[in-house]
Design a protein around this ligand. Structure first.
Ligand SMILES: Cc1cc2nc3c(=O)[nH]c(=O)nc-3n(C[C@H](O)[C@H](O)[C@H](O)COP(=O)(O)OP(=O)(O)OC[C@H]3O[C@@H](n4cnc5c(N)ncnc54)[C@H](O)[C@@H]3O)c2cc1C
Length: 338
């Protein structure tokens, strides 16, 4: 029998745990990881500390290149997959290379969400997902003394703390749609604003943002329904959405993320999805749920790999551990306290 070729798209926890598990199952097979990011695996929760200077850049990366070499896993960084032909089991890289596979695990994670109504202002907003984003923050903070954070997702608080540590005037616009994956009730709004104020953060109380305008390279004007404020930088934290745009029109079932059954299998033989990019069927709820969080992603990556290797492991989550936010069912292994 010829050597099996396993391909994994992504280089986050889901992808890496999938690769390790496949290697444990198959000592001879070819395992290749493709990541559009040009850097090694990193610890996203350390990015705010990197921005504040508490952590050095080398500390955010883990898994040296030797780790992959020792396990005979090919790591191809900075190589985006732009399409997949599931009928012929091959994928296409941005630089036009065609890569065949016998088994595929899609673990492309999620990217920062900018709601429709803010799309127009997206180029004035900074987000935070990768070390490159963190470097953009570091660069910007050299030139500005004030920052407005709009949103309220799980990343924004740690970044806000970092900004305070750097002595920046930090104001916060806590918006309803950004409190993902929690629901912003009046009670949570009060608790969150009390906590933020105790940290020295000003709250901009408003119902909506009407307009954002650039006054200069390091000066923005934000008009809310109550006031007009000026700031040096604007951070947008509206949660993350699955990074699956390149897979539309490939025949995969995609809703919010890639729809997979409770075994993490897509509609195509030998093709699985795991981590933040997947939407997993729950047989009791008879509905799909979205995964958020590092540990969840690692667990789903391992499970997808074991199933690709021939196991029949069902992802069983207690229905109570799945919360519903804005019509989307979510399970998070992340800390959820704001
Ligand atoms: C700033 C920040 C702080 C966080 N803090 C925490 C925390 O404290 N605790 C916690 O549990 N979770 C935290 N998270 C969330 C956690 O990082 C994610 O849930 C987790 O990383 C998801 O893992 P994943 O493997 O599914 O995807 P990701 O880690 O997002 O990895 C996706 C990978 O896919 C690659 N990719 C995407 N598209 C393509 C393509 N077309 N071709 C090739 N490669 C592609 C990317 O380059 C990347 O390597 C944080 C996230 C952020 C952004």
């Amino acid at each position: 029998m010829s050597v099996q070729r396993f391909v994994i798209i992504g280089n986050g926890p889901a992808a890496n745990h999938a690769a390790d598990t496949l290697r444990q199952q198959f000592s001879e097979s070819r395992i290749t990881i493709f990541s559009k990011d040009p850097f090694r695996s990193y610890r996203p929760h350390l990015l705010p500390d990197f921005i504040s200077g508490l952590v050095k850049e080398q500390e955010i990366y883990f898994r040296p290149y030797d780790y992959y070499k020792e396990r005979d896993i090919t790591l191809r960084l900075g190589q985006a997959v732009v399409g997949v032909d599931f009928s012929r089991n091959r994928l296409f890289l941005e630089h036009r290379e065609v890569v065949p596979f016998d088994g595929l695990i899609i673990a492309t994670g999620a990217k920062p969400r900018i709601p429709e109504k803010f799309q127009l202002f997206a180029d004035m907003m900074l987000t935070l997902k990768t070390p490159i984003d963190a470097k953009m923050w570091i660069q910007k903070l050299l030139d500005v003394e004030s920052v407005v954070i709009v949103g309220g997702d799980l990343t924004s608080l740690s970044l806000t703390k970092a900004l305070v540590k750097l002595g920046k005037r930090t104001r916060f616009i806590l918006t309803e749609e950004a409190f993902w994956p929690s629901v912003l009730t009046n009670e949570i709004y009060k608790t969150a604003t009390d906590r933020l104020e105790r940290l020295g953060i000003e709250i901009v109380h408003c119902r909506r943002i009407r307009r954002i305008a650039r006054l200069g390279e390091n000066s923005l004007e934000i008009e809310t329904d109550r006031e007009v404020i000026e700031t040096g930088a604007l951070g947008a934290f509206f949660g993350l959405v699955p990074d699956v745009g390149f897979l539309t029109k490939t025949g995969l079932d995609i809703d919010r993320g890639i729809l997979v059954d409770e075994f993490l299998k897509t509609r195509f033989e030998g093709v699985y999805a795991a981590g933040d990019c997947a939407q997993v069927y729950h047989p009791v709820l008879r509905d799909y749920w979205v995964s958020i969080g590092y540990e969840n992603a690692a667990f789903l990556g391992r499970t997808a790999a074991l199933n690709l290797a021939g196991s029949h492991l069902q992802v069983t989550l207690k229905a109570e551990s799945i919360l519903e936010v804005g019509g989307v069912k979510v399970n998070t292994s992340w800390w959820t306290e704001f």
